[in-house]
Design a protein around this ligand. Structure first.
Ligand code: FMN
Length: 192
């Protein structure tokens, strides 16, 4: 298995990569991983995020609720990885999105292996074919008075308003064989 390191400013030159990342994020969530205070990696499933371009940088914007263990870890860590699992490992997002790193070693329980990062301290996850390394460059809290009331009603009945983290994507790595396979996939144009 060979890992390719893509230029983070050019990763969207591979539309299949963006498509795969968004499909996994929308369907079952992808894995944001942060180091805890003991130096152990804690993956958490995230479904709400945006890959884009801000401040002349490739940025991943992600919403994290204060009640998550990840929230406190992120404050101290300053960087994180975003790991896209293969389609046949939906169990990873399910587990990492339903148990907390406060009382579970998710990496050990799922038998996952940390992947040393190239540009940041936080490792990625070997079993995930796409790994983004992100440095926190900004965060901001949702302002309840500025939020559309129906969104507050639907998504924040108990408060716990998200903090929005902006991560500069410093490195993108992808398993070569995986990239070749998804680039061969064709998207059906007719939805009938
Ligand atoms: C599909 C899915 C998507 C999720 N997306 C988010 C998200 O974008 N932001 C968030 O704060 N929590 C999200 N969660 C909830 C966390 O993943 C969940 O509460 C997790 O157990 C927190 O782990 P932690 O306590 O180790 O940080 C999601 C859960 C699932 C199942």
């Amino acid at each position: 298995m060979t890992r390719l390191n893509l230029d983070p400013k050019r990763w969207l030159d591979h539309p299949a990569l963006a498509r795969e990342t968004y499909i996994r994020m929308a369907n079952e969530g992808i894995l944001m991983a942060v180091l805890n205070e003991a130096g152990a990696l804690n993956p958490m499933t995230v479904g709400w995020g945006v890959f884009g371009w801000i401040w002349a940088k490739p940025i991943f914007t992600v919403l994290v609720r204060p009640s998550r263990y990840t929230y406190g870890c992120l404050k101290a860590a300053g960087d994180f990885t975003v790991n896209v699992q293969p389609e046949d490992r939906k169990d990873l997002a399910n587990f990492c999105g339903t148990v907390s790193g406060r009382d579970h070693d998710k990496m050990a329980e799922l038998k996952l292996t940390p992947l040393p990062s190239r540009r940041i301290t936080t490792p990625g996850i070997v079993e995930c074919p796409i790994v983004f390394e992100c440095r926190v460059v900004h965060h901001n809290d949702i302002l309840p008075p500025e939020l559309a009331p129906e969104i507050t009603k639907q998504f924040y009945p108990e408060g716990d308003f998200h903090r929005i983290y902006f991560g500069e994507i410093l490195s993108v790595s992808v398993v070569k064989e995986f990239l070749e396979a998804i680039e061969q996939c064709t998207v059906p144009l007719d939805s009938k």
